[in-house]
Design a protein. Structure first.
Length: 126
């Protein structure tokens, strides 16, 4: 394992939580192991491990980009991660309001629906 992989795994665990990462690792196969290594090193070991902006800000950017590009399946995971990144429900709402203006109301509306469902599952009162 490279130093960047180890750093990425530590960051991934700090953002997503041990339970999520342990489950993902348990489901990893020989087929997708190269992909998992790439995202651990690139996304987590480089981007998310960079201190140029806070994890709160990075969380808001990530949720905005996921919504704007229609990658809705990742939104609940990253909403759950806000418990570790410091992004508040109001931060997330503001991010999705930007999506509404710059990428489309239907995308923001769906992202907000997913966020509300996820916060409810997390026991977060909105």
């Amino acid at each position: 394992m490279s130093e960047r992989f180890e750093k990425g795994m530590a960051t991934r665990r700090s953002v997503l939580g041990d339970a999520h990462v342990d489950k993902a690792e348990a489901n990893k196969s020989a087929f997708d192991e190269p992909f998992q290594s790439m995202i651990t090193e690139g996304a987590w070991g480089t981007l998310w491990s960079d201190n140029a902006i806070t994890k709160r800000e990075r969380s808001m950017l990530t949720l905005s980009l996921l919504a704007a590009t229609g990658n809705f399946e990742e939104i609940p995971m990253h909403v759950r991660a806000t418990a570790n990144t410091g992004a508040t429900p109001q931060d997330v709402l503001q991010a999705f309001m930007h999506v509404a203006v710059y990428a489309g109301v239907p995308k923001a509306n769906h992202a907000i629906k997913l966020a509300k469902q996820t916060y409810e599952e997390m026991g977060v009162t909105l």
